[in-house]
Design a protein around this ligand. Structure first.
Ligand SMILES: [Zn+2]
Ligand SMILES: [Zn+2]
Length: 167
């Protein structure tokens, strides 16, 4: 849950602004695990709600596509959404609505932005060595038990024969 209270903006004039600084750690939103969520959210009263905008930083738990280990991937969220006033209908485009006492749960927005921000093929590190194609062992944890087979590249064979001819 990322619950923020916007009560002071419900009865404010259009254009009034407020900034909320987020600094949360270890969040769980359904299937999404975040190590932290931080940054400033600029809140502006607009005609039909409160516009929440800001650049937030988070770190999302995901799986390395090379070695299949889970790790946390840093993701930048560029939030810009209208939070509905109490009583408004919740829609797909506007999934967050304030309660009568001003509370709004930003979780659906954070979740959506975090998934969008995740890379399609995340890797735990640029140096990730992945899995051994023979035994499936994680090569980042050291050598696996497979025997190191030196594959002979056919191009080297051609080069070698050329060198032999010149000799
Ligand atoms: Zn990896
Ligand atoms: Zn192996």
């Amino acid at each position: 849950m990322v619950r923020l209270n916007l009560i002071s903006l419900i009865h404010a004039e259009v254009g009034q602004q407020e900034t909320i600084t987020l600094d949360l750690s270890t969040l769980k939103i359904d299937d999404l695990h975040l190590a932290y969520l931080r940054g400033d959210l600029q809140l502006t009263r607009v005609a039909d709600g409160v516009l929440a905008a800001g650049n937030l930083e988070t770190s999302v738990k995901t799986e390395c596509t090379r070695c299949l280990e889970t790790f946390f991937e840093p993701v930048a969220l560029e939030l810009e959404d209208v939070i509905d006033l109490p009583g408004a209908d919740v829609t797909v485009e506007r999934p967050v609505r304030m309660s009568k006492d001003g509370w709004a749960d930003f979780s659906p927005l954070i979740r959506e932005y975090a998934w969008l921000g995740l890379l399609i093929n995340p890797i735990c590190s640029p140096d990730c060595r992945g899995l051994c194609p023979q035994c499936g062992g994680n090569l980042n944890r050291g050598e696996c038990a497979c025997e190191a087979v030196e594959p002979i590249d056919p191009r080297w064979e051609t080069l070698r024969s050329l060198l032999d001819e010149r000799a």
